[in-house]
Design a protein around this ligand. Structure first.
Ligand code: MN
Ligand code: MN
Length: 483
């Protein structure tokens, strides 16, 4: 075993214990104003973009406004991209790459920050509409890890797309407009819940019970149809035809998502937090995209924000990160930046890429101290979280970042005056989770998890601290420019 070089610090330098503390005092003069402005933008963003498609469309519109070009078209054309040029690449209107070309050749690698835009929710089933008793209901299959009981007896909105028989597309967004109706899932009254209250929280409200009430008014006499005895359902079918021009079979080619209705809000007397739907992981993916869009000048290394789909159900499918989207995008970038395309350059670019897997972490919750990983637990508004590893039970399924890469990220954050904290998800034996990091690491990319801590993650309304929200933006910007 080799001996290590002698420590360089002089013996009389002061001892500096590492402290996890609220970051407000570490803000530069005037920075708190920028923090509030950024958080106001963020609150508007998550209030308006409650599906992955809406996140994609919103960010793409911002990029196009700044002159970002379609990478696939550039790569097929004759002109090469120049350093400083902005490009985007989109998959199915759900997954998006925003990139700025750097001065250094691509084979030296990219700086990437990747988050996801899909969130836990209730998807309508392929045959959703039915009537039972006097109610018309929509049958759902939940998406991602939800606690079923949290979705009952609250206002809900429906977003998504329906492709009609003739191939035309209709967008649905109902429940958040000031005059819109909302939707709701029923719960049993406490007077009659003797059976339910004896069950575990998981069994008490089964996934099959997550049926969304969407109507009850019977169809008028003149529209009655002997074939359809369920008059209230028939009425809804009439309304759907009048409003969206659809018939019942059109649900076959639809993606409709039931989400909480209502805007995100500032939380607390001191307005130090944000309560909103879908902060896992729009708090990170928005920060990543904004960091690329707001960057001024020409970056040294090519930088990119990845906003991906399907993370909550395992990153599968062609819009998930366990797909060809990123390697193909890097290949297109190589084709668009140099005369002679080479697969070897693509592989070299991937192996030299540095990346933050930008996903949310958890926070110490005074009401659930039993889950805390004591000294390694994230604390609210103590800064952007770095998670060296995630996974569960003995780091199972984790992409464990190297000490060398941790040192690199730490230096970039310290130089950029980013308030950050070291975390793990929670006690090793109480649970766990994963992100897109392992799919990136598989491509040879150096990657570490780094994101905002949340309270009540995956609940219809999640809590994030404003300082942490802003530090994600500041930290990702520092990483993209200087990693
Ligand atoms: Mn997430
Ligand atoms: Mn999640």
């Amino acid at each position: 075993m080799a001996t290590s070089p002698k420590a360089k610090a002089p013996k009389n330098s002061p001892i500096r214990p590492w402290k996890r503390e609220p970051g407000w005092d570490k803000l530069a003069p005037g920075e708190e104003k920028r923090l509030e402005e950024y958080c106001a933008d963020y609150i508007d963003f998550i209030s308006d973009t409650k599906t992955e498609r809406r996140v994609h469309d919103h960010l793409l519109a911002l990029a196009k406004k700044q002159g970002f070009q379609d990478l696939d078209q550039v790569a097929r054309g004759k002109t090469l991209l120049k350093p400083g040029d902005g490009v985007y690449r989109s998959m199915d209107g759900k997954t998006l790459l925003l990139a700025r070309v750097g001065k250094a050749p691509l084979e030296e690698g990219l700086n990437l920050v990747g988050g996801h835009a899909d969130c836990p929710r209730l998807d309508l089933k392929p045959c959703p509409l039915y009537q039972d008793e006097e109610l018309v209901l929509l049958d759902t299959h939940y998406y991602g890890g939800i606690k079923h009981y949290q979705w009952l007896a609250m206002p809900l909105a429906i977003y998504g797309v329906i492709i009609r028989r003739d191939g035309t597309k209709v967008e649905v967004a109902i429940g958040d407009g000031p005059k819109d109706p909302v939707f709701c899932i029923t719960d049993i009254l406490p007077h009659l819940d003797v059976d339910q209250s004896k069950q575990t929280m998981r069994e008490g409200v089964r996934g099959e019970k997550l049926n969304v009430v969407c109507g009850s008014r019977p169809v008028s006499k003149e529209k009655e149809d002997k074939e359809i005895p369920q008059k209230a359902k028939l009425n809804i079918l009439h309304l759907l035809r009048e409003t969206y021009g659809i018939e019942e079979e059109d649900f076959a080619s639809a993606e409709l998502e039931v989400v909480p209705a209502g805007r995100a809000r500032e939380l607390g007397f001191d307005r130090s937090m944000v309560l909103g739907y879908g902060q896992d992981d729009r708090v990170c993916s928005y920060a990543a995209a904004r960091a690329v869009l707001d960057f001024q000048g020409i970056p040294q290394r090519t930088m990119g924000a990845l906003v991906v789909d399907k993370e909550e159900i395992g990153s599968y499918g062609r819009t998930g990160m366990d797909s060809t989207f990123l390697p193909n995008s890097v290949a297109e970038l190589v084709a668009a930046t140099q005369k002679n395309y080479s697969d070897l350059v693509v592989r070299r670019a991937l192996e030299h890429t540095r990346m933050l897997s930008a996903d949310v972490g958890t926070l110490a919750d005074p009401d659930y101290k039993g889950a805390n990983s004591d000294g390694n637990m994230g604390r609210l508004n103590c800064g952007l979280q770095i998670n060296k590893y995630d996974g569960h039970g003995g780091k199972g399924g984790a992409s464990d970042a190297s000490a060398e890469f941790m040192a690199h990220v730490r230096k970039v954050f310290n130089d950029g005056k980013v308030v950050w904290q070291l975390c793990e998800l929670g006690r090793p034996d109480v649970g766990g989770g994963g992100t897109i990091a392992l799919y990136m690491a598989r491509l040879g990319i150096e990657v570490v998890d780094c994101g905002v801590g949340l309270l009540c993650m995956h609940a219809p309304w999640e809590i994030a601290g404003k300082l942490d929200i802003y530090m994600a933006y500041k930290g990702y910007a520092a990483f993209l420019a200087n990693a």
